[in-house]
Ligand binder design. Structure first.
Ligand SMILES: NC(=O)NCCC[C@H](N)C(=O)O
Length: 326
């Protein structure tokens, strides 16, 4: 098994082989076990990781920062306004300097058509690993935690599971496409039949959907798009139901918010949960609009794995840091 992942950028897991992703998962399971046993695992002593956030964060920032502490290193929280990026310093100049100081850099930048481009620009000039902490297109560290959680619930062999990612109704906020896009790209590579459900205007980017279809074909599994939430939940083992914006359909925030209102029946509730398999699980990357996009009954119910999923952010992020910055 290939284990040398030092210096590798993680912009999207689509650019990592299945073998490399399996290596990360092995490390994550091992680090989780070692933490539970209270075993020290200071694999990154004296190393520094920079975390550049263009947007807010709860799970991601704290998983990276706590993770670096547990690995014996240090993490530094940066924002554009706390650095010269806010004054227009270029990606090249920023990363040339940080590359001479420290050992890795993460970026969260979700603005459509800007975030991923900025990360690619940083990666071009960086001599330390660049880790995507969520952009407009992908959220690889969340998707990795999600695979780990699915393997914990259903076993390492996930072949034949039915995975549904469904849009839900959540007003007031246009959420990025990065979660559904990362999930449709990744789950078929782990042998799952993928169903993507959304109202027509909430479609994802065509080239990413095409890549997901190709992934499914190469792995001999199904990939379906439906426009009905009940149909999507039927026979699913995994129901991942969360909101995103009609970003690929309209650039107008007002039109986007009106479109969201049109589909206020797309709520994840107990009735829909029952349409899935008996042992189905409910997933959400959080934060969720409690009682709006998903009922409290589902969020706090026995089939919900949302807190395990959030916890696994820590273990998988530590695996990425340890593997790429060692
Ligand atoms: N788990 C996370 O990283 N959550 C924060 C980002 C969620 C984002 N607002 C989204 O809905 O895609």
């Amino acid at each position: 098994m290939k284990t040398d992942l030092r210096g590798k950028h993680l912009i999207t897991l689509q650019e990592w082989t299945k073998e490399e992703i399996d290596t990360l998962l092995d490390i994550a399971f091992d680090l989780k076990r070692r933490k539970a046993l209270g075993e020290k695992h200071r694999l990154l002593e004296d190393k520094t990781f920079y975390m550049l956030f263009f947007e807010n964060s709860t799970r991601t920032r704290n998983a990276f920062e706590t993770g670096m502490t547990q690995l014996g290193g240090h993490a530094i929280f940066l924002t554009p306004s706390a650095t010269q990026i806010g004054h227009g310093e270029t990606a090249k100049d920023t990363v040339e300097v940080l590359s001479r100081f420290g050992d890795g850099i993460g970026i969260r930048y979700c603005t459509y058509k800007k975030g991923n481009a900025y990360m690619r620009e940083l990666a071009k000039y960086s001599r330390i690993p660049v880790i995507n902490m969520q952009c407009d297109l992908y959220h690889p560290t969340q998707a990795l935690a999600d695979i780990m959680t699915i393997q914990e619930k259903f076993g390492k062999n996930t072949r034949g599971l039915n995975f549904t990612i469904s849009w839900t109704y959540a007003p007031n906020y246009i959420r990025p496409l990065s979660m559904p896009q990362s999930l449709i790209l990744l789950m078929s590579r782990f042998g799952m039949n993928v169903t993507l459900a959304h109202p027509p205007e909430f479609h994802l980017l065509p080239d990413i959907v095409e890549q997901a279809r190709k992934n499914a074909e190469e792995n001999g599994v199904k990939f379906n798009i439906v426009h009905d939430m009940d149909e999507a939940c039927k026979d699913a083992h995994i129901i991942y139901a969360k909101s995103w914006g009609p970003i690929a359909y309209t650039g107008s925030r007002e039109e986007g918010l009106d479109l969201i209102e049109k589909y206020n029946t797309w709520v994840m509730d107990g009735r829909r949960m029952k349409l899935g398999q008996k042992d189905a699980i409910y997933m959400h990357c959080m934060p969720a609009d409690r009682g709006v996009e998903v009922t409290e009954e589902v969020m706090d119910g026995p089939q919900s794995v949302i807190y395990d999923e959030a916890e696994n952010r820590l273990h998988t992020i530590k695996a990425i840091l340890a593997a790429t910055m060692r």
